[in-house]
Write a protein that binds this ligand. Structure first.
Ligand code: NAD
Length: 358
């Protein structure tokens, strides 16, 4: 690590998730150097600037102009602002890492990709759960064909959010800037479902707002038919009481099954294949991890992958095109829900969904 070139980072958005970025970038575990931070709110920018002993800004243009040495910029602003901020930021020609979900509309994802292409910078979308050791192990088993023909994939998000979570700012729980549990919390799990199960042929969805006073859904159920013929089940709610229960992924195949649970898809609960291997015995203990909260510990390996992809000129696991996939799925799910649960296909013309609209 000592002789490795350190990549210089800036961060835009010093809110709740920013600490996952800042602690990863300053951990010493990846070749990164934090140069400057920015937030529209001077208190937040100042507090992070002072904590990490770096300059802080309230205008990202000023940060970029005064720090041309920045090579990669992380964007952690409210979801509805990902597209305008990334498109504006691309003019500086620096690589960009944006938080999930990539945007609220597929057309915004396309505009973000086009702006970065035009300015010769790469765009990555954070899906840190793909880097959880338990998920990495299951993906390896899939790639090695250990599951055989896939039968069914299920993701569940049973988390707790109270009204005060939605009242602490003016964007959570709005159609314009956030979306509901499907967009905000479960976009990770939708991504995992499609990553493991492959392209979706069709899907239908029902949503409900059961306990929270918000304009979007707090609860959702969806069924998928994958192009392979396998089926998928999706269940997400932030109305779980009295505490977080799980963020999980189950994979059922003709030759074996895996269940990854915990609060953040972080613990292997079940792992059994017809053809056993010696390493299976230790898999639960070796590849499960404890997490401090539902964000998990994946930002560090995610950013390590970004840095290595840039250094070696190879693709990263979460390039923008990959981040766009769950936005196409999300908008189709919202379309289905808005139509009372009709079957829809990804990429269908979106007319009914209010996602990304006021
Ligand atoms: N990967 C994860 O597990 C994870 C977890 C939480 C949040 N997120 C995502 O991260 C993003 C931010 O979420 P959060 O909970 O930190 O939100 P937040 O509201 O706590 O913080 C967002 C910050 O961005 C600032 N901001 C807005 N526009 C700006 C601009 N133009 N320039 C500079 N600063 C600006 C706001 O002032 C605010 O402080 C969202 O897209 C969210 O979905 C991801």
């Amino acid at each position: 690590m000592q002789n490795e070139e350190k990549y210089k980072f800036g961060l835009i958005g010093c809110g709740r998730v920013s600490e996952n970025h800042l602690s990863a970038l300053t951990s010493g575990n990846i070749p990164s150097e934090l140069v400057a931070v920015c937030d529209l709110d001077p208190e937040k920018a100042k507090s992070k600037g002072e904590k990490y002993h770096i300059p802080w800004y309230t205008d990202f243009h000023k940060m970029m102009e005064e720090h041309p040495e920045i090579q990669i910029v992380n964007v952690a602003v409210p979801t509805g602002y990902h597209a305008p901020v990334v498109i504006d930021l691309a003019q500086y020609g620096k690589h960009i890492v944006t938080e999930k979900p990539m945007a609220l509309k597929v057309s915004d994802c396309d505009a973000m990709i086009a702006a970065c292409k035009k300015n010769n910078c790469r765009l990555f979308v954070i899906k840190q759960n793909r880097f959880n050791p338990a998920v990495v192990a299951a993906r390896k088993a899939l790639e090695e064909g250990r599951f055989g023909k896939m039968v069914m994939g299920t993701v569940r998000v049973r988390w707790r959010r109270y009204q005060k979570y939605y009242e602490q700012d003016n964007w959570h729980g709005t159609w314009l800037l956030d979306g509901g549990v499907m967009s905000q919390q479960a976009s990770h799990h939708l991504d995992l479902l499609q990553w493991f199960m492959g392209p979706i042929k069709q899907m239908f969805c029902k949503t409900a707002t059961r306990l929270l006073n918000i304009e979007v859904e707090d609860t959702a159920l969806a069924t998928f038919e994958f192009e392979s013929g396998a089926l998928g089940a999706f269940e997400a709610t932030v109305a779980t009481r009295p505490e977080d229960l799980e963020g999980s992924l189950s994979l059922l195949g003709e030759k074996g099954s895996v269940i990854i649970g915990g609060h953040a898809v972080n613990k292997i609960l079940y792992w059994k294949f017809d053809e056993e291997r010696p390493e299976d015995e230790q898999i639960k203990t070796q590849f499960s991890q404890d997490v401090p909260n539902v964000y998990g510990r994946g930002h560090t390996p995610f950013l390590a992958d970004v840095i290595e992809a840039i250094r070696l000129g190879r693709p990263a696991l979460m390039e923008a095109e990959e981040g766009r996939k769950d936005i196409a799925i999300l908008t189709a799910l919202y379309e289905s829900a808005a139509c009372g649960g009709k079957w829809v296909v990804p990429g269908c013309p979106i007319e009914k969904s209010r996602l990304g609209k006021g």
